[in-house]
Design a protein around this ligand. Structure first.
Ligand code: GLA
Length: 383
C-alpha cells in the first residue's frame, strides 16, 4: 500500500468519511547552492520521492482538528474564530497553523476542517519535511477555500511566510519552491530573487544518492538565524541590497574592513552562487567530473567558511568522495549541523558506493546509515 493509500484509508477510519481533497508535496534534496536563497542568490535542488500527504474535509463549525498519523494520531485543534496561536505540545502542527494564519491574513475565509497529515521524510534530515508539510497544507487549504487563486509559486511563498513569521525559523524560499515546482528527471535552477525556476535535466544514467548521517539537526534554528543575520550584516556594511549583489572582487577589496568571520561567511555565499550557476551548466552538458569538483568545493566552503558541517559529516562526505572517484561527487545538503549528505553517482556505480558507505560509516548510535537511491520527482499535486 502506498503512503497516499494508507493516509486516505486512515482518514476514512478516523473521520468516518472520505476527504474532500488530498494533496501530496515532496521533500527536496539540494544538489548545490547552500545558504544562498535568503541572500537572493541561486540554488539547484530537486524534489524527491519522499513526501507529505494532507487530506482535508470540511466541518460545519469553525474548528480545525488536525491529526498526525506519524505521531500516533496525535491531535492538535484550533478555532478559526479566535486568533491562531502556536501549539507548544504539538509543534508539528505549527506549520499548519502558520499556513492557516497566513491565508487568513491574505483574506481567505477559511472554514472548519478535519485534517489528517502523514509523511515519510525523516525529520531533521535536511530533506525539508517541514516545507513539504507547509506546501501540502497551503495547497489543501487554498484548494478548498480559494480554488484557483494561488499558483505554485504563491503557495510556496505562503508556506515560507508561515515558517518565518509563525514558526520563527527565518528560512529562505528554496525548500518550498522546490516542493511546489519539482520536475521529473530535473533539478531546478532557482533565482531566489526574481523566483524564476528553470528545470535542468539531470545527466542520463545518474542517480541521486542520499545518506542520512543519523545526526539529527538539533538546535539548528538558532545557528541558522545567526548565519542569516551575519550575511545580512555584511551586505549592509558593503552597501549592497543582498550578498547576491556582491562580486568576488568587491569582497576582496573590502576584506581589510571586515571582521574575519563576516568575511568568511560572505565568501561562502559569493563563491557558492558562482558554483551553483557553474553546476547548472555542467549538468546541462552532462559533465559529472565538473559537477563533482563543484560539489567538493561547496562542501569545503560550508566546512571552512560557513562552518555548518560537523566532523562526522565531513568524514561521511570524504568516504563518499573516495568511493565515487572522479565521475560525480558528494556534499552535505540542507541547513547544516547534521542531517543528510547528497551524492551524484553514475548509475552503474551505485551498488559499489552504497556497499562502501554501509561498510565504512556508522551513525552515532553505531548503526548502518539510512541510504536512499533517489531520482528527481514532480512537485506538489492534488491526489
Ligand atoms: C534550510 C532552509 C532553506 C535554505 C537551506 C540552506 O533548508 O529552509 O531556506 O536556506 O537551509 O541552503
Amino acid at each position: 500500500m502506498t503512503l497516499a493509500d494508507r493516509t486516505l484509508a486512515r482518514f476514512a477510519a478516523i473521520v468516518g468519511a472520505a476527504p474532500d481533497l488530498a494533496v501530496r508535496a515532496p521533500g527536496r534534496v539540494n544538489l548545490i547552492g547552500e545558504h544562498t536563497d535568503y541572500n537572493d542568490g541561486f540554488v539547484l535542488p530537486a524534489a524527491i520521492g519522499l513526501q507529505s500527504i494532507v487530506a482535508v474535509r470540511r466541518r460545519p463549525d469553525s474548528i480545525v482538528r488536525v491529526i498526525a498519523a506519524d505521531f500516533g494520531d496525535a491531535v492538535s485543534e484550533f478555532d478559526l474564530a479566535k486568533p491562531i496561536a502556536r501549539d507548544a505540545d504539538q509543534p508539528w502542527c505549527n506549520y499548519i497553523r502558520g499556513v492557516a494564519s497566513v491565508l487568513q491574513a491574505e483574506g481567505v475565509d477559511l472554514g472548519g476542517l478535519d485534517m489528517l497529515v502523514a509523511g515519510d521524510i525523516p525529520q531533521g534530515s535536511g530533506l525539508s519535511s517541514s516545507a513539504s508539510l507547509s506546501v501540502a497544507s497551503g495547497m489543501a487549504l487554498g484548494g478548498l477555500f480559494a480554488p484557483g487563486r494561488f499558483d505554485a509559486t504563491q503557495i510556496a511563498l505562503i508556506a515560507q511566510r508561515a515558517e518565518c513569521d509563525f514558526v520563527g525559523m527565518r528560512c529562505g524560499n528554496m525548500d518550498q519552491l522546490a516542493s511546489a515546482h519539482g520536475a521529473d528527471g530535473h533539478a531546478l535552477l532557482i533565482d531566489c530573487r526574481n523566483l524564476d525556476v528553470r528545470p535542468v535535466a539531470l545527466p542520463a544514467e545518474t542517480a541521486i544518492l542520499i545518506v542520512h548521517s543519523g545526526i539529527s539537526r538539533g538546535l539548528v534554528d538558532g545557528h541558522y538565524n545567526e548565519r542569516r543575520a551575519q550575511c545580512e550584516a555584511v551586505a549592509r556594511q558593503l552597501g549592497a541590497p543582498a550578498l547576491r549583489d556582491v562580486t568576488g572582487e568587491q569582497l576582496e577589496t573590502a576584506q581589510p574592513d571586515l571582521d574575519l568571520v563576516a568575511y568568511r561567511r560572505a565568501r561562502h555565499v559569493v563563491t557558492e552562487n558562482a558554483r551553483t550557476l557553474a553546476a547548472a551548466d555542467a549538468m546541462t552538458s552532462g559533465d559529472l567530473v565538473a559537477l563533482g569538483e563543484l560539489m567538493a568545493a561547496s562542501h569545503a566552503s560550508m566546512r571552512d567558511d560557513f562552518e555548518i558541517t560537523l566532523p562526522a559529516i565531513d568524514a561521511l562526505v570524504a568516504e563518499l568522495q573516495t568511493a565515487i572517484g572522479q565521475s560525480g561527487g558528494a556534499r552535505m545538503t540542507g541547513g547544516g549541523f547534521g542531517g543528510a549528505v547528497v551524492a551524484l553517482v553514475e548509475a552503474d556505480a551505485v551498488e559499489a558506493v552504497v556497499a562502501h558507505i554501509e561498510a565504512r560509516y556508522r551513525t552515532p548510535k553505531g548503526t548502518k546509515p539510512l541510504v536512499m537511491v533517489e531520482r528527481a520527482h514532480d512537485g506538489a499535486s492534488f491526489l
